[in-house]
Design a protein around this ligand. Sequence first.
Ligand SMILES: Cc1ncc(COP(=O)(O)O)c(C=O)c1O
Length: 458
Amino acid sequence: MNPELERAASLAAQYLETLDSGKVSQELDADTIRASLQKDLTEEGLPPLQVIEELARDARGGLLNTASGRFFGWVIGGATPVSIAADWLTSTWDQNAATYACSPTTAIIEEIVAGWLKDLLGLPQHASSAFVTGCQMAHVTALAAARHQVLADQGWLVEEQGMAGSPPIRVLVAEHHETLLRALRYLGIGTNAVTRIAEQPDGGIDVAALEKELKKTPDMPTIVSLAAGDLNRGIFDPIDSVCDIAHAHNAWVHIDGAFGLWAAASERLRHLTRGIEKADSWATDAHKWLNVPYDNGIAFVAHPDAHRIAMSIPAPYKVEVKNVRDQFDWSPEWSRRARAIPLYAALRALGRRGVAGIVERCCELTRELVSQLETLPGVEVLSAPIINQALVRFLDPDGDHDARTDEIIQRVNQGGEAWFGATRWHDMRVMRISLSNHRTTSEDIDRVVEAFQAALRA
Ligand SMILES: Cc1ncc(COP(=O)(O)O)c(C=O)c1O
């Protein structure tokens, strides 16, 4: 066997084995990491096995161990061993997933995985799909189709005529992720097109306020973007009623379900996504809650014609094969990684119950963590988990709760037993909890709570 491949496999397995006992935080600062990785670029190169050994050694201290079951920052899933193994095969086969002719297996795997996902997530089977780097590019892909449609309805073919002089588009949102705004920038729609609609007191777009806004300018090309699980609290907009109202006003409904869409895979949680099948496009990630390695996002579009017009690419050297799908007609890239392969393996290994199991277990453990933290002195729960996200802050006897919150997070993170992120929410410094990793166990939760006890006592 090739020695580099063999050694890399054993180093990777060793890394995973140390996750439970090791520190979650990175151990070294930027200067030290730079010093250990910065080498002279040699004329003649080095023996490959030596390079692999040194890479594993020199990179280690600067790795934030997000794969650990005690990592709760941003929304970062782990990766199941089967999906890592399939990812290795993906790199080894090194297929260009641009077209069927380039890699028939890859094109067919995308077809199959898209069908499984639509079934699992409750989306219409006729929806088209694109396998992209992440939810950011899923937004770009889906909203390119939306842009096409809402402008074509006004007689404007944006793919030929561009955005200069086009009828203005408005985008109506409540809670939204920054990647949505960046997608609007990429597409030339611009962030000024966004109108923020009020939320209900307990979260979720205010449907009456949305309807009022839609009625104000009934003929304006409109996209309504909804959250299926927002980043801070995991709030779901009322998708069912919004779709009915928005469609009555000819608006396109886009769903950001980066992680929350996976709630639809669980019988217990599916009610949160009620009406999801009525939307016009959906953006989600597999590298979050499905626990496959980065880079793995998916866009679905209920209007394949709009999707195809927005993305398709004419090429004189295209090999026409009947009855198959050329991926570059649906995705924003030309040459691309065969990223559906790890997804295929992950879904086969987990099955429906396995996917639901990860989602449900993460939600249960988030509740367990928050309810234990709540019993500690000076802990205020600002948003109890709806799914796997929650917001907590730490109260300071002298009233500087923002500083106290930062201080406690820093102590826990520096201790290395767990890792949490901070954010601003409703003008408060808060700790955001996101639990999206298949590795997390009840024992991890107990260890984390002990780390907070110690940090609060210190
Ligand atoms: C709700 C939501 N949408 C979109 C994104 C962006 O996803 P990605 O980083 O995969 O592009 C995130 C990332 O956390 C998210 O939480």
